[in-house]
Design a protein around this ligand. Sequence first.
Ligand SMILES: NC(=O)C1=CN([C@@H]2O[C@H](COP(=O)(O)OP(=O)(O)OC[C@H]3O[C@@H](n4cnc5c(N)ncnc54)[C@H](OP(=O)(O)O)[C@@H]3O)[C@@H](O)[C@H]2O)C=CC1
Ligand SMILES: O=C(O)CCC(=O)C(=O)O
Length: 425
Amino acid sequence: MPSNGDEADGSDADSALVTARRQLERAAAHVDVDENVVERLRHPTRVERVSVPLKHDDGSLEVYTGYRAQHDDVRGPYKGGLRYHPEVSAEECMGLSMWMTWKCAVMDLPFGGGKGGVAVNPKELSHKERERLTRRFAEELRDVVGPKQDVPAPDMGTDAQTMAWFMDAYSMQQGETTPGVVTGKPPVIGGSYGREEAPGRSVAIVTREAVDYYDRDLSETTVAVQGFGSVGANAARALDDWGANVVAVSDVNGAIHDPDGLDTEAVATHEEEPGAVMGYDAPETLSNEEILELDVDVLIPAAVGNVVTAGNAHQIQADLVVEGANGPTTFAADEILADRDVAVIPDILANAGGVTVSYFEWLQDINRRQWTLDRVHEELESQMLSAWGDVRTQYEEKDVTWRNAAYVVALRRVAEAKSTRGLWP
Ligand SMILES: NC(=O)C1=CN([C@@H]2O[C@H](COP(=O)(O)OP(=O)(O)OC[C@H]3O[C@@H](n4cnc5c(N)ncnc54)[C@H](OP(=O)(O)O)[C@@H]3O)[C@@H](O)[C@H]2O)C=CC1
Ligand SMILES: O=C(O)CCC(=O)C(=O)O
């Protein structure tokens, strides 16, 4: 049985599940929602745990463990990424799937929340091994996924190619090509233009809006981005393009810093060459801890969870933190930053461009149509501005943090859907 997270010791770097539950309970105090609904939402509907045997290139066999957590589907099919990372666990997937429920609701998308993955280090697998692992994982999940049931997408350690293999394996089992079973595919097989850059682009849009909200000028704003993968690199490049001064970025090996601004197009991304950021000729290198404490206006943690902690929250010098990663701020750090008046724009709003363009992709698949990149950008911009406006209204009306404001928007929508369907009083 997967752990339900109740045994957590309350230490700073809690699991995603424990943090997600604490955030839910804190936000529920600001919404008029039945306590039974809140109790129900503390638990996922289902967690599928599967064994994924992989025959390595050298003929040896290793059995990995894979998961798919399905949190809530009152607003539509479960939706969320698949992660390949050694620390993937049932509890992590449960927490991440809760965040997906709120993310889809904040964006007003007709989806619920899901998340899954395999506990594996994809960097240790060859291309062929990753393909065999993905095909087998898709076979094991065949009964719980589907275009109307649960629609996976890329996350850390997976990409468009992974989704292509997943879609092919699922389609072969169904006996028909089923592009809508996953999103984040290459455009040639039903993927959407712009999906790859979308979470980073939404981080950039929300950063731009927040900078404007606090009466700053983007061209005079310095930015540090931790993580130079799908989310971090695209956020950094969009902000650079829109005139911000991106002075530091990092990957797993460390950070590069140039107070005069980096040429972000010239820094190799995780996709172009994992671990290559330090190869850029910058005046200064920093550690991944130091980049978080750099004297910048905006900090964008876009790598892994639990990096802003009670241990460093007092040292964060940025007065705006925009969460590119899922769950980069611990519960305790969140409270410290709030006390210090550091604005934290939460993951469930900031990086929601990924799932939003996934929704566009799902629509394109159902209708067998392909949108242009310009249309995707336009629709994403409009959906992000609408969600930003909804959250800003709650932020101002309720005088709460940006995270609580986003939760208020999401929780109301989910609770209302439950009561309208007659699921709860
Ligand atoms: N992809 C998506 O669609 C979405 C992803 N997210 C979230 O964004 C975050 C990043 O995902 P994504 O960009 O897809 O992942 P990628 O695998 O594309 O990139 C991750 C980046 O973080 C770096 N990194 C890995 N571990 C560490 C570490 N311990 N310290 C500092 N840097 C590290 C990697 O370095 P290296 O290149 O050296 O490996 C890489 O640059 C995750 O929390 C994910 O859940 C959120 C919304 C959508
Ligand atoms: O595109 C999607 O369906 C989900 C992306 C995701 O996993 C996330 O936003 O964390």
